[in-house]
Each structure stands twice: as C-alpha cells, then as structure tokens.
Design a protein around this ligand. Structure first.
Ligand code: HC1
Ligand code: SF4
Length: 579
C-alpha cells in the first residue's frame, strides 16, 4: 500500500489509486465535472480534461488533476488552498464563457452539474468572452443535441463507445470548433445511434436531452374530440417519486395513476398488461422453437432473443443483419398495447381509431423512436401517438400544479390496466426472461411452479446465465444489459458457440430502471439497485404473478385473438424488423 496525506488526513491506498478516489476514502470532497465512475457497471470516464478537480501536491510546480493522477508514496496533497480555489474558479469561468446563459429555459435547469458547480464555487461574474454559437441543433425523433451547451466532458462518448459499443459519437474538429458529434457532422437520425439515451442520462449539462412531447400531450388532452389513453411502463413507478422528493426506491404506482387521471386522461392503463401479452406470445414462440429443435428440425434457430427494447432492436439491425431469424417476432409491450388499444378496446368503446390518442409514459427515449417506426402504423396512424419519459411526466405534473405528495392512490382502469407481477418485473434486467420462464415452464410441463422467484436470473452482473430445469429438459438462459455485453453474446451465436436457448437483452444499465428517460441518477449505480429492489418487492405484493393467469389477458384471447400465435395475434402483436 501507498501512504500519503490529503488535507493533513493520513490515508493508505493500493497502488494505482487516483487522488480523487483516495480523497473519497477520507471523506474529502474534490469537485469534478468530466469525471464519472459507476462501479457496479464498470464504467469510468476520466479524460482529465476539465481540470476542475485540480489539487496542490507538495513539491510540484503545477496543480495536478485529482481524477487522472495516481497516488505516490509520501504525497502531501492540499485540496482547498487559495491557489486551488482560484484555479478552479478560473477554469469554471472559462468553461462558462463558452456556454449560453439559458439557465432559465434550459431543459436541464435545476439538474445541471455546471449550474450547480457555478453556485457551489460562488461564480457571480464571468471575466472572459467566448465565441458566438457555431453549431446547429440536431433534432432526432428521440434526442436533441444542442452542442453550444456541450462542455466536452466526453461522458457521452464513454457510454456510447465503451458501454454500448455503438461509436455513434466522437470528438471532431479542434480548438473552439471542437464538438462531440456523429462522424462528418451527420445528424443522429442518419448515424448508427440506437437512441438508447445513455448519453443523455450522463450528460452533465443540457447539451443532450430528450425530444419533449409534453406540449403535444397537453393539446390532445385539451381537445374534446379525442379520447386520450395513458399506458405506464413498469420502470416508471419505481423512479417517478424521486422527482417529488420521495426516497430512492419508493414505488408510487397508485399516486402516479391519480396524477394521470388529474391530468385529464380518459383512461389510465398499464403497459404491464401488454407485457403479460408479450409473455403469452414470446413464451409460445420459445416453446415452439424448442420443440422443433428437440424433434431434430435443423431449420429452427436458437437461441430466441427478446425484442422489447427498441434500442437493442436498432443495434441488431445495424450490426447483425445476418441474424434476422434470431429475435422474437413479438412486438414490445408498448406496441402491443397500442395495437390492442386501437383495435380491441376502440371497438369495445365504439371510438374510431383516429379519435383515440395513445400516450405512453416510458423510462426510455428510444420508445419515442419505436412508436414512429412504420411497422407500427395503420394507414399512417401510429398505434402509439406520443411517448413521453418519466422526466416529462414529472414536468407535466408540476406544470399542472398537482401536488404529487398529497395525492391519494388509485387503481388503473380496466380492462387494459390489469397486470401481474410478471409484467411488472419487465422493468429490471432479467425480468423479461423470468416472466417468460414462469409461463413457459407451466405451459411446457403442465405443472404448477412451486417456486415463482428465479433468483438465479436476478442481479446486476453484466452477463448472467442460468439453467432452468423444465421437468427434465434443461433450458439454458442468458441475460445481458448494455449493448457492449449483448454484442459478446451475439458474436458467440454468430460463431456457432452459443449454448443458450433463450437470451434477454436490454440496452440500459439495470434494464429499463436505468433508462435514458428516468430521473437523473447522477452516476450513482446505488440508485439503480434501489429501483430494482422496488420492482421485485412490488412483484412480491401482487396477487397474480404469472402472465398467463391475468384474467383480462385471458379474456382478450377468448374474445378477440383466439390463442397465442393465431393469425390475428400474428397480425396485431408480431412484426418483422430489418427492413
Ligand atoms: Fe421497458 Fe418494456 S420493460 S421495454 O424496459 O418490455 O421502456 O419499464 O415499458 O415496451 O412492459 C421501457 C420499462 C417497457 C416495453 C414493458
Ligand atoms: Fe450513443 Fe445511445 Fe447516445 Fe445514440 S443514444 S449516441 S447510441 S449513447
């Protein structure tokens, strides 16, 4: 171990520890802007670029960046001398001099790390003059890039390249013209971006934000010609409370439903209902492929891959176009919901589909892109009209002057609001495949599961695997969250080395609970773990915990679809990607 002092506090750390990490161990806070580290998902961004974390090292002429300087024996470090504070303030002023003063209207206001730091360091005037705006804004279907607000911290590049292996973003040009951008200054829409939103989730400023559809939703709600329906994704309820001061990991399902009713939605339904339908279809597909495989059919492709994550779908389309037959053809719950709402439910209440507006509340920004895909439109009318994020919903609630903390809880409307614990656990990594296992096991074996919780499928490890015994048939299951980890599993399949029968893939760290549209986690993976706990404990409390036991789902099959994989189900609930 190496021994040193930080602000006169003795500390002993292993070789290779940075000053920033060592300082944390003795409770010394060193401010940092570009640095980001998320241990549980093995992500680190330390370009040593912003220099805000500069500290004084005895005997050295220059200040040292704490995030990029390793501790050495006998070091004496001071983190808050006049010289350090002066340097930090100067650096921050220089950064701000090249940043627009739009705090009052910026989407990130109140959550912006640059704004917070300017307050913390007491910046009251800027002594430097920066360049005029030189970048155009880039509006994709899901994400807005406003590069005037970029501080070149490169956290987005780390997420996009290291974690997702998408490499849609990199730093181009030099000096004042330097900008983070897709190659050749392309728009995100034309790039290989998957719209996973992980760059948005870690951006310290308002340079990257979600495309905001709140105004469109407000207009629809105010128009008496429309019947407006909300569907809420599983992961939203586990994080929405954070925007209203609830402790992390508080499920606010009932209050969320009340808030949506107060906002004026005619029906408040649950995406979890459609997640149960997804399980009906996807588990039927899995069993069909497995049976044919066991019968020696060489044309059948295994493993089957879940396909409810739209960023993941876009990733496989771009990177593995030779593997078309592998993903499940089942649409995502968001899209199954839209399709059933605008057919079965529209017929039930006698409203023509053009007069029905479906709004989804999602933890995700890629869902905005998904509902605009041509596969999910009927004569140009999208099955889901608008998808808004958890953050946009929180803003809508605040705009409407609803006091969220004072709301009583209420129940989802019926029939598309009935759901099970299986639909709910979709919100966390491992949940989709656990839900599918609960149903596929019972359908395959004809036996009741004694133990519904498949602990072997849970956790936060990047790639996990387990073998589930289907009454003598060992079913091998793989799970990956993060597209870089998914890539590894796909390369195994391509090389003919995969032993899995079924694989769940989600793009975001932790699955949807870590989606790019959730309240900002400020790079704390502990927040994702708390949200995950909230999801599993709500599942425990649910009366029904298996998708095939959802009475409203059973009814839709009886009244409308027939059975999973029927002709009508194929038409309304399945799709083919890769077009
Ligand atoms: Fe998800 Fe899904 S779980 S993709 O993570 O399959 O967004 O929450 O709604 O569609 O149900 C997201 C969450 C969500 C879909 C479901
Ligand atoms: Fe990369 Fe995802 Fe951001 Fe697209 S949305 S640029 S894929 S991190």
């Amino acid at each position: 171990n190496i021994h040193l002092t930080i602000d006169n506090k003795k500390v002993s750390v292993p070789k290779g520890t940075t000053i920033l990490e060592a300082a944390k161990q003795v409770g010394v806070h060193i401010p940092a802007l570009c640095h980001m580290k998320m241990d549980d998902i093995h992500i680190e961004n330390r370009p040593g670029g912003c220099r805000i974390c500069s500290v004084e090292v005895k005997g050295k002429r220059n200040l040292a960046p704490a995030c990029a300087t390793n501790c050495t024996e006998g070091m004496e470090i001071k983190t808050n001398t006049i010289r350090v504070i002066h340097a930090r303030r100067n650096i921050l002023e220089l950064i701000i001099s090249d940043h627009p003063y739009e705090c009052l209207t910026c989407a990130k206001s109140g959550q912006c790390e640059l704004q917070t730091m300017a307050q913390d360091l007491g910046i009251r005037e800027i002594h430097f003059e920066g360049e005029k705006s030189m970048y155009r804004e880039d509006f994709s279907k899901a994400i807005i890039r406003d590069m005037d607000k970029c501080i070149l911290c490169r956290r987005c590049i780390t997420m996009c390249s290291d974690f997702q292996t998408v490499h849609a973003l990199s730093a181009v040009e030099r000096g004042f013209e330097a900008v983070v951008s897709p190659a050749f200054h392309m728009d995100l829409n034309d790039s290989t971006c998957t719209f996973c939103g992980q760059c948005v989730a870690v951006c310290p400023t308002g340079a990257l934000s979600e495309m905001d559809y709140s105004k469109e939703v407000i207009k629809a709600l105010a128009n008496p010609e429309y019947t407006v329906i909300a569907q809420t994704a599983p992961a939203v309820r586990a994080a929405l409370g954070e925007s209203f001061g609830y402790p992390v990991g508080t499920s606010v399902t009932g209050q969320m439903v009340t808030a949506l009713k107060d906002l004026g939605f005619d029906y408040v339904f649950d995406t979890d209902f459609a997640a149960d339908m997804t399980i009906m279809e996807e588990s039927a597909e899995l069993l069909e492929r497995l049976t044919r495989h066991l019968e020696g059919d060489k044309t059948v492709k295994l493993p089957i891959l879940t396909s409810c994550c739209p960023a993941w779908v876009r990733f496989i389309e771009h990177n593995f176009p030779d593997m078309k037959e592998i993903p499940s053809t089942s649409r995502s719950p968001q899209q199954m919901f839209g399709s059933i709402a605008k057919s079965y439910f529209a017929e039930k209440i006698g409203v023509p589909r053009e007069k029905l507006i479906v709004v989804s509340i999602m933890p995700c920004v890629a869902k905005k892109f998904e509902c605009e895909r041509d596969e999910f439109k009927v004569n140009g009318d999208p099955d889901v009209n608008f998808s808004i994020t958890t953050r946009e919903l929180a803003r809508l609630i605040k705009i409407s002057n609803i006091d969220f903390k004072e709301l009583a809880s209420s129940e989802f409307d019926q029939p598309l609001g009935e759901s099970t614990g299986a639909g709910l656990i979709f919100g966390t990594t491992g949940g989709v495949i656990e839900a599918a296992t609960r149903t596929a096991y019972e359908h395959h074996t004809g036996k009741k599961l004694d133990q519904i919780d498949f602990h072997a499928l849970r956790g936060m490890e990047a790639i996990r695997s387990a073998t589930v015994d289907f009454d003598g048939l060992p079913v091998k299951i793989g799970i990956a969250h993060g597209l870089g980890h998914a890539r590894k599993l796909l390369e195994e399949i391509r090389a003919g080395k995969s032993e899995y029968h079924a694989i769940e893939i989600m793009s975001c760290p932790g699955g949807c609970i870590g989606g790019g549209g959730q309240p900002f986690h400020h790079n704390k993976t502990s927040i994702l773990l708390e949200r995950q706990k909230a999801i599993y404990s709500e599942d425990q409390r649910m009366k029904i915990r298996k998708s095939h036991e959802n009475p409203s789902v059973i009814k839709v099959y009886e009244e409308y679809l027939g059975h999973p994989l029927s002709e009508k189900a194929e038409k309304l609930l399945h799709t083919l990607y890769f077009d």
